[in-house]
Design a protein around this ligand. Structure first.
Ligand code: FMN
Length: 211
Protein backbone atom coordinates (compact mmCIF):
# COMPACT_ATOMS: atom_id res chain seq x y z
CA UNK A 1 0.00 0.00 0.00
CA UNK A 2 1.47 3.37 -1.06
CA UNK A 3 1.96 6.24 1.42
CA UNK A 4 -0.94 8.68 1.66
CA UNK A 5 0.73 11.30 -0.55
CA UNK A 6 3.83 9.96 -2.22
CA UNK A 7 3.25 11.89 -5.45
CA UNK A 8 4.03 15.58 -5.83
CA UNK A 9 2.59 17.39 -8.85
CA UNK A 10 4.19 20.71 -9.68
CA UNK A 11 1.70 22.46 -11.93
CA UNK A 12 2.70 25.61 -13.77
CA UNK A 13 0.48 27.55 -16.17
CA UNK A 14 0.83 31.34 -16.38
CA UNK A 15 -2.86 31.71 -17.31
CA UNK A 16 -4.62 28.69 -15.89
CA UNK A 17 -8.00 30.42 -16.29
CA UNK A 18 -7.52 30.39 -20.09
CA UNK A 19 -6.20 26.82 -20.27
CA UNK A 20 -8.03 24.04 -22.15
CA UNK A 21 -5.58 21.22 -21.50
CA UNK A 22 -3.53 21.82 -18.38
CA UNK A 23 -6.51 22.94 -16.30
CA UNK A 24 -8.21 19.60 -16.95
CA UNK A 25 -5.02 17.71 -16.15
CA UNK A 26 -4.51 19.83 -13.04
CA UNK A 27 -8.01 18.97 -11.88
CA UNK A 28 -7.50 15.28 -12.66
CA UNK A 29 -4.30 15.30 -10.59
CA UNK A 30 -6.04 17.16 -7.76
CA UNK A 31 -8.60 14.38 -7.53
CA UNK A 32 -5.88 11.75 -7.03
CA UNK A 33 -5.72 10.73 -3.39
CA UNK A 34 -2.01 10.02 -3.51
CA UNK A 35 -1.01 13.36 -4.96
CA UNK A 36 -0.21 16.72 -3.49
CA UNK A 37 -0.68 19.28 -6.28
CA UNK A 38 1.15 22.58 -6.05
CA UNK A 39 -0.02 25.26 -8.45
CA UNK A 40 3.04 27.50 -8.74
CA UNK A 41 1.36 30.52 -10.34
CA UNK A 42 -1.41 30.48 -7.71
CA UNK A 43 1.03 30.00 -4.81
CA UNK A 44 3.61 32.52 -5.96
CA UNK A 45 2.02 35.32 -8.01
CA UNK A 46 4.89 37.52 -6.76
CA UNK A 47 7.50 34.92 -7.81
CA UNK A 48 8.74 34.75 -4.18
CA UNK A 49 9.18 31.01 -3.82
CA UNK A 50 9.18 29.45 -0.34
CA UNK A 51 12.21 27.22 -0.85
CA UNK A 52 11.98 25.35 2.47
CA UNK A 53 8.33 24.40 1.85
CA UNK A 54 9.07 23.26 -1.69
CA UNK A 55 12.05 21.18 -0.57
CA UNK A 56 9.98 19.55 2.19
CA UNK A 57 7.26 18.65 -0.35
CA UNK A 58 9.88 17.13 -2.65
CA UNK A 59 11.55 15.20 0.14
CA UNK A 60 8.24 13.52 1.01
CA UNK A 61 7.50 12.40 -2.56
CA UNK A 62 8.61 9.34 -4.51
CA UNK A 63 7.20 10.51 -7.85
CA UNK A 64 7.55 14.15 -8.89
CA UNK A 65 5.35 15.24 -11.80
CA UNK A 66 5.97 18.42 -13.77
CA UNK A 67 2.73 19.50 -15.42
CA UNK A 68 2.90 22.43 -17.80
CA UNK A 69 2.33 23.68 -21.34
CA UNK A 70 5.43 23.87 -23.52
CA UNK A 71 6.42 27.52 -23.95
CA UNK A 72 9.23 28.33 -26.34
CA UNK A 73 10.32 24.68 -26.42
CA UNK A 74 10.69 24.56 -22.66
CA UNK A 75 8.91 25.26 -19.40
CA UNK A 76 7.07 28.42 -18.26
CA UNK A 77 9.33 30.91 -16.43
CA UNK A 78 8.07 30.36 -12.86
CA UNK A 79 8.73 26.64 -13.22
CA UNK A 80 12.29 27.41 -14.28
CA UNK A 81 12.72 29.78 -11.33
CA UNK A 82 11.35 27.06 -9.05
CA UNK A 83 14.12 24.71 -10.22
CA UNK A 84 16.77 27.44 -9.96
CA UNK A 85 15.85 28.18 -6.36
CA UNK A 86 14.73 24.81 -5.01
CA UNK A 87 17.26 22.41 -6.58
CA UNK A 88 20.20 23.84 -4.70
CA UNK A 89 23.84 22.75 -4.69
CA UNK A 90 24.51 20.51 -1.69
CA UNK A 91 20.79 19.62 -1.46
CA UNK A 92 19.73 18.42 -4.90
CA UNK A 93 23.14 17.83 -6.46
CA UNK A 94 26.84 18.15 -5.75
CA UNK A 95 28.61 17.03 -2.56
CA UNK A 96 26.00 16.01 0.02
CA UNK A 97 23.21 16.81 -2.42
CA UNK A 98 21.25 13.58 -2.17
CA UNK A 99 17.73 14.77 -1.28
CA UNK A 100 16.22 13.72 -4.63
CA UNK A 101 18.19 10.52 -5.20
CA UNK A 102 16.10 7.47 -6.09
CA UNK A 103 12.95 9.47 -6.91
CA UNK A 104 11.19 9.49 -10.28
CA UNK A 105 10.48 12.55 -12.40
CA UNK A 106 7.63 12.51 -14.93
CA UNK A 107 6.94 15.29 -17.41
CA UNK A 108 3.30 15.77 -18.40
CA UNK A 109 3.12 18.49 -21.01
CA UNK A 110 1.17 19.88 -23.94
CA UNK A 111 2.26 21.55 -27.15
CA UNK A 112 0.37 23.83 -29.51
CA UNK A 113 2.27 22.30 -32.44
CA UNK A 114 0.77 19.08 -33.77
CA UNK A 115 2.88 15.94 -33.64
CA UNK A 116 3.86 16.19 -37.34
CA UNK A 117 5.21 19.73 -36.82
CA UNK A 118 7.93 18.13 -34.65
CA UNK A 119 9.68 16.61 -37.64
CA UNK A 120 12.56 17.68 -39.94
CA UNK A 121 9.98 18.60 -42.58
CA UNK A 122 7.64 20.36 -40.10
CA UNK A 123 7.74 23.96 -38.83
CA UNK A 124 9.23 22.89 -35.48
CA UNK A 125 12.02 21.11 -37.43
CA UNK A 126 13.08 18.68 -34.69
CA UNK A 127 11.37 15.67 -33.17
CA UNK A 128 9.87 16.66 -29.83
CA UNK A 129 12.35 14.38 -28.01
CA UNK A 130 15.17 16.66 -29.21
CA UNK A 131 13.94 19.30 -26.73
CA UNK A 132 14.02 16.94 -23.74
CA UNK A 133 17.73 16.52 -22.82
CA UNK A 134 17.73 19.52 -20.40
CA UNK A 135 14.83 17.90 -18.52
CA UNK A 136 16.41 14.47 -18.57
CA UNK A 137 19.81 15.69 -17.46
CA UNK A 138 18.32 17.86 -14.69
CA UNK A 139 16.73 14.69 -13.34
CA UNK A 140 19.87 12.61 -13.79
CA UNK A 141 22.20 15.13 -12.16
CA UNK A 142 19.94 14.95 -9.09
CA UNK A 143 19.81 11.13 -9.10
CA UNK A 144 16.22 10.92 -10.37
CA UNK A 145 14.95 8.57 -13.08
CA UNK A 146 13.39 10.49 -15.95
CA UNK A 147 10.27 8.55 -16.89
CA UNK A 148 8.91 8.51 -20.45
CA UNK A 149 6.97 11.80 -20.73
CA UNK A 150 3.27 12.05 -21.50
CA UNK A 151 2.77 14.78 -24.08
CA UNK A 152 -0.42 15.96 -25.74
CA UNK A 153 0.47 17.52 -29.09
CA UNK A 154 -1.78 19.83 -31.07
CA UNK A 155 -3.44 21.19 -27.94
CA UNK A 156 -5.36 23.94 -29.76
CA UNK A 157 -7.22 21.40 -31.86
CA UNK A 158 -7.59 18.61 -29.32
CA UNK A 159 -11.18 17.40 -29.12
CA UNK A 160 -13.13 17.18 -25.90
CA UNK A 161 -12.84 13.39 -26.13
CA UNK A 162 -9.03 13.58 -26.49
CA UNK A 163 -8.79 15.92 -23.49
CA UNK A 164 -10.90 13.54 -21.45
CA UNK A 165 -8.74 10.58 -22.47
CA UNK A 166 -5.61 12.47 -21.42
CA UNK A 167 -7.13 13.38 -18.05
CA UNK A 168 -8.33 9.81 -17.51
CA UNK A 169 -4.88 8.45 -18.37
CA UNK A 170 -3.24 10.83 -15.91
CA UNK A 171 -5.69 9.83 -13.18
CA UNK A 172 -5.05 6.15 -13.89
CA UNK A 173 -1.27 6.60 -13.91
CA UNK A 174 -1.25 8.44 -10.60
CA UNK A 175 -3.37 5.70 -9.05
CA UNK A 176 -1.26 2.82 -10.40
CA UNK A 177 2.29 4.25 -10.04
CA UNK A 178 4.82 2.58 -10.04
CA UNK A 179 3.06 -0.34 -11.76
CA UNK A 180 3.33 1.10 -15.26
CA UNK A 181 4.22 -1.25 -18.15
CA UNK A 182 6.73 1.24 -19.58
CA UNK A 183 8.72 1.25 -16.34
CA UNK A 184 9.53 -2.44 -16.68
CA UNK A 185 13.13 -2.71 -17.75
CA UNK A 186 13.75 1.04 -17.48
CA UNK A 187 17.42 1.58 -16.68
CA UNK A 188 18.24 2.88 -13.20
CA UNK A 189 19.42 6.47 -13.06
CA UNK A 190 23.06 7.00 -14.07
CA UNK A 191 25.34 8.33 -11.35
CA UNK A 192 26.45 11.89 -12.13
CA UNK A 193 28.73 12.89 -9.31
CA UNK A 194 29.90 16.48 -9.25
CA UNK A 195 33.43 16.37 -7.77
CA UNK A 196 34.03 18.78 -4.87
CA UNK A 197 36.89 20.27 -6.91
CA UNK A 198 34.35 21.54 -9.47
CA UNK A 199 33.41 24.33 -7.10
CA UNK A 200 35.83 25.94 -4.61
CA UNK A 201 34.29 26.44 -1.12
CA UNK A 202 33.83 30.17 -1.54
CA UNK A 203 34.09 32.04 -4.77
CA UNK A 204 34.62 35.77 -4.39
CA UNK A 205 33.41 37.85 -7.34
CA UNK A 206 36.24 39.03 -9.54
CA UNK A 207 36.93 42.75 -9.24
CA UNK A 208 35.76 44.71 -12.26
CA UNK A 209 38.53 45.98 -14.48
CA UNK A 210 39.02 49.72 -14.07
CA UNK A 211 37.53 51.47 -17.11
C1 FMN B 1 4.37 32.05 -24.69
C2 FMN B 1 3.96 30.79 -25.41
C3 FMN B 1 4.93 30.00 -26.01
C4 FMN B 1 4.59 28.81 -26.66
N1 FMN B 1 5.56 28.05 -27.20
C5 FMN B 1 5.25 26.88 -27.80
C6 FMN B 1 6.27 26.03 -28.31
O1 FMN B 1 7.47 26.29 -28.20
N2 FMN B 1 5.90 24.89 -28.95
C7 FMN B 1 4.58 24.53 -29.08
O2 FMN B 1 4.31 23.48 -29.67
N3 FMN B 1 3.59 25.29 -28.55
C8 FMN B 1 3.90 26.45 -27.92
N4 FMN B 1 2.91 27.21 -27.36
C9 FMN B 1 1.53 26.71 -27.34
C10 FMN B 1 1.23 26.05 -26.00
O3 FMN B 1 2.04 24.93 -25.77
C11 FMN B 1 -0.24 25.64 -25.95
O4 FMN B 1 -1.00 26.83 -26.01
C12 FMN B 1 -0.56 24.87 -24.69
O5 FMN B 1 0.09 23.63 -24.69
C13 FMN B 1 -2.04 24.66 -24.58
O6 FMN B 1 -2.32 24.23 -23.26
P1 FMN B 1 -3.42 24.96 -22.37
O7 FMN B 1 -4.74 24.72 -23.04
O8 FMN B 1 -3.32 24.33 -21.04
O9 FMN B 1 -3.08 26.43 -22.33
C14 FMN B 1 3.23 28.42 -26.73
C15 FMN B 1 2.25 29.22 -26.12
C16 FMN B 1 2.62 30.38 -25.46
C17 FMN B 1 1.54 31.22 -24.82
Amino acid sequence: MADATDILVISAHPQMELSRVNRQLHEAASSAERAQVRDLYALYPDYLIDVATEQAALAAAQLVVWLHPIHWYHMPPLMKLWIDEVFTYGWAYGPGGTALQGKDLWLVASTGGPEDSYHPSGYNRYPFDAFLPPYEQTATLCGMRFLPPMVLHGAHRASTAELKTQADTLRERLASYPDWPELEGLEPCLACEVPPSARPPSVAPLPLEAA
